[in-house]
Design a protein around this ligand. Structure first.
Ligand SMILES: [Zn+2]
Length: 252
């Protein structure tokens, strides 16, 4: 690896894939995916998918494993220990002290524009599927915003994220951002490694369904937001890095 990759590099990488102009930000595009010739991107944020956790569970995650094998698996430095600032960094390419977003209210009020908004201003059709409060912060900036109620149980929640993501693919977006939370929610509930593995395996299945539904020349980016930050497995697998997988449908 020529340099260390950080989560702030995801947004400029996706921007380059889609040919969207990038404002002045902290992150820089990841060269390894240069020349993949994709015209669409699906960004699947997998909450709490630390790098060490991913490696430990990899034998039970056939879809992610084959994406990593056919594509690229990177160990990316996380830039914030909790979800909202981490996702803000993933989507803006800015370090937390530069985007200043640490909760959903600040996300709504922030003047800082995310990758979705850069894309939207260049008429790139995008959709966002996430928990409804977070989703609301994108309304008015993104062509399609779909929210899932927090009140759903863990399995139903991620299944609904998948269902709405598949529905949004019907409108042929060039960019889809979906946020799966199962691993993180199980960790917060105090789940052990078996429960976490089950949650990860459900997400793996959802990623397989998404991969089956997208057109050729779509890049899937699977991205953890931070390592496990709650429950008894906090700090066990890793404390600083997340898994970052790039895969292109139609790789040959
Ligand atoms: Zn998170």
């Amino acid at each position: 690896m020529s340099r260390s990759i950080r989560l702030i590099d995801v947004a400029p990488t996706m921007a380059r894939v889609l040919g969207v102009k990038t404002p002045f930000i902290d992150g820089v595009p990841i060269d390894e995916v240069e020349g993949w010739e994709c015209d669409r991107v699906v960004l699947a944020i997998v909450d709490s998918l630390g790098y060490g956790l991913y490696k430990a569970l990899e034998p039970d995650l056939p879809k992610m494993r084959s994406m990593a094998k056919e594509g690229l698996l990177l160990k990316a430095e996380c830039v914030a220990p909790s979800t909202t600032p981490a996702i803000a960094s993933i989507l803006t390419g800015l370090m937390p002290h530069n985007h200043g977003i640490s909760n959903t209210r600040q996300a709504s009020e922030s003047e800082i524009r995310s990758f979705l908004e850069w894309a939207n201003s260049e008429k790139v059709r995008s959709s966002v599927v996430m928990e409804e409060e977070g989703a609301r912060t994108f309304e008015g900036f993104v062509s399609m915003v779909m929210g899932v109620p927090k009140s759903l149980g863990v399995r139903d929640f991620d299944r609904e994220i998948l269902t709405l993501s598949l529905a949004s693919l019907g409108t042929d977006p060039r960019l889809l951002v979906a946020h799966f939370v199962g691993i993180d929610r199980i960790a917060h509930q105090g789940g052990g490694v078996d429960e976490i593995r089950d949650a990860a395996s459900a997400v793996d299945g959802h990623l397989g369904d998404l991969a089956a539904a997208i057109p050729e020349r779509t890049m899937i980016v699977v991205c953890g937001d931070h390592p496990l930050h709650a429950g008894k497995l906090k700090g066990v697998f890793d404390s600083k890095h997340v898994a970052l997988i790039f895969w292109k449908k139609g790789n040959d």
